[in-house]
Unconditional design. Structure first.
Length: 123
């Protein structure tokens, strides 16, 4: 059984895909660091990666699920990515699109709350 699994991994070049698409995933996640205030750091390699946030990650996981994308949360502020071997760049693109949308919503909500509290303090 184990030898059959290894034969499939080799025949379908799954490890090459992990290196290629995993690198693409890391690159796409890294670009979020400069664009979204809630992002802090990207960790990991291959398909096992995490995006460290400065906000709780659970709401993003729940909102992502509603958008058809499954994220996972660890340590309260880390979005974990652990996709299956057949992952393709188009799947990464969809996940990143949803994540950008959710991070944008979160940032806008935080800005509204901040400006609302300033206005409440001023009155």
């Amino acid at each position: 059984m184990a030898l059959e699994y290894l034969a499939i991994v080799e025949e379908e070049r799954l490890l090459e895909n992990v290196v290629k698409v995993g690198g693409y995933l890391h690159q796409q996640l890294s670009q979020l660091i400069d664009k979204y205030a809630a992002t802090r750091e990207v960790r990991g390699r291959g398909f096992i990666q995490g995006l460290v946030l400065g906000i709780p990650a659970r709401p993003l996981v729940e909102q992502g699920l509603a958008e058809g994308v499954l994220f996972n949360v660890t340590q309260d502020t880390v979005l974990r990515f652990l996709p299956p071997f057949p992952l393709e760049e188009k799947h990464v693109d969809k996940g990143i699109r949803v994540l950008k949308k959710l991070l944008g919503k979160k940032r806008k909500n935080e800005q509204r709350e901040s400006s609302g509290s300033i206005a409440a303090t001023a009155t």
